[in-house]
Write a protein that binds this ligand. Sequence first.
Ligand code: DGT
Ligand code: CA
Length: 579
Amino acid sequence: MKNQEVAEIFRQVAALLEIKGDNPYRIRAYQRAAQNIEALTVEVEELAAKGKLERIPGIGKDLAQKIKEILETGTLSLYEELKQEVPPELLKFLEIPGMGPKKAKIIYETLGIKSLEELEKACLEHKLSRLPGFGPKTEQNILKGLKFLQQKVGRLPLGLVLPWAEEIVALLKAQSPLERIDIAGSLRRRRETVKDIDILITSKKPLKVMDTFVGLPMVEEVLVKGETKTSVRLRQGINVDLRVVDPQCYGAALAYFTGSKAHNIRIRELGVQRGLKINEYGIFRGQERIGGKEEDEVFAAVGLPWIPPELREDRGEIEAAQAGKLPHLVAYEEVKGDAHVHSKFSDGAASIEEIASYAQSLGLKWVGICDHSQGLKVAGGLPKEKVWEKREAIRSFNKRSRGVKLLFGTEVDILADGSLDYPDEILKEFDLVIAAIHSGFKQDEGTLTRRIIRAMKNPYVHVIAHPTGRLLGEREPYPLDMEEIIRVAKETKTALEINAYFKRLDLNDIHVRAAKEAGVKLCIGTDAHLVDQMHYLPLGIAVARRGWCEKKDVLNTLDYKGLKKHLQEITSWKLKQKA
Ligand code: DGT
Ligand code: CA
């Protein structure tokens, strides 16, 4: 929890500095620090205690000192001073996607608007379009941004909530008398954001379990406490419902509370057609309970095989199950490597040796070391000389290593016109070239789409990273003609990334499915800048599964040799098409 608090203060400082028109590098430093702290999978307090704060990328002496100040005093003097200088209303405006500090300031100062409601009204009354530098387009964007803000309220990214839920499960298992326990709801379906945590258990001593539950350290407030259902609010700002279920209907309850609601309704209808009543208490014919102890009994009762939770969205899974055409979803264990990791060569925190040994501990066989390209100076992009130095380092590592192998990769920047940030003579040397957009998000759909298409047509590009640029709850995807991108990806044999970083999950499940159905390969990468972040890999696999991907659809299921061969074949094939 402390991580998020520290990150939030840094983020606010960045925003306040931005409003004041401070030095962009200083602003960027705070933003980056916020991102990296938030993404830590260890407690920042623990790092502080060990004197290891400076191991977080982007944290030097000065910021390390500031983190200590926050941990000790709960706030930061710089932050308190800045707040005195800038009205807090302005900070709210900055949360609206597309609203920069300059615009926020003009709106505040010329129209005296202080709340989001007033802002919405002013847009609808076209008061903004009369301001200098504003137009009807700005008004529309602000309205869209306001809607986005409203929607985001109350949902948190899967990658944040899943570890909290797993920790609760582990504590309950260890400390209370229960028999079965499962996470249900949107978390079990691995939806990209979740509203709350649903947990089911069976126990002969439910009250004992409830006592343990409400006493867990992360519980802030008990909302309802009963023998069959207890709801609490966590310090992290999310609710948890714990339900105790009769062992006789555990499977039926698990199916019901896993949802989705739309999927449940379809199953119930199929039941009705067979004269069955199916609900959270079991499967019934008339008054008689005929099943429900295990989840597969629910599906079997309506003539279906068990359907993996990630598919239960009523997006065709029931029809596929009826036709015996459910996909054999890519399994978590089938993924052999992480294709997108940043090393010390650019803005990552770890050396290639540290990355490899961490990958080994995660059971992986290979890692794509994909550092930024030369033009991305803020992210320590590699100039040419460094590229060769890195190649030597990786070659020599691979010679020595009996375990994990590394791919000599790059995340090359796609420039404003769709050309790439390295010339072909350099690109052709890499084992793995991932291309991505890092700036110019405000271009229109046609321009952005053409940029990516031009990059895909480069024979040396194997993958397009985080294709839509979205950040969950923070930044909307930029506009793209995804159908066209998928078509050209297929035509050029370019893979699309599933970026597994918890805020990105980009492509999302829907686009992944469209890509898969078009015959495009997916490539999962965590975009880790700290080795810990390689833990996000399963989130990317979850997205692949929600996109109906099978083993053959995902490049990460190849072994090191197979992958290298595949990448070389793509390039040779692309070169042939060009010739
Ligand atoms: P969330 O919490 O918004 O991230 O998404 P869920 O799917 O976890 O939704 P939640 O927590 O409201 O309910 C958990 C499950 O309970 C849901 O997936 C399906 C089931 N459920 C809830 N309400 C209904 C309902 O009215 N009818 C049916 N058939 N099932 C429901
Ligand atoms: Ca839920």
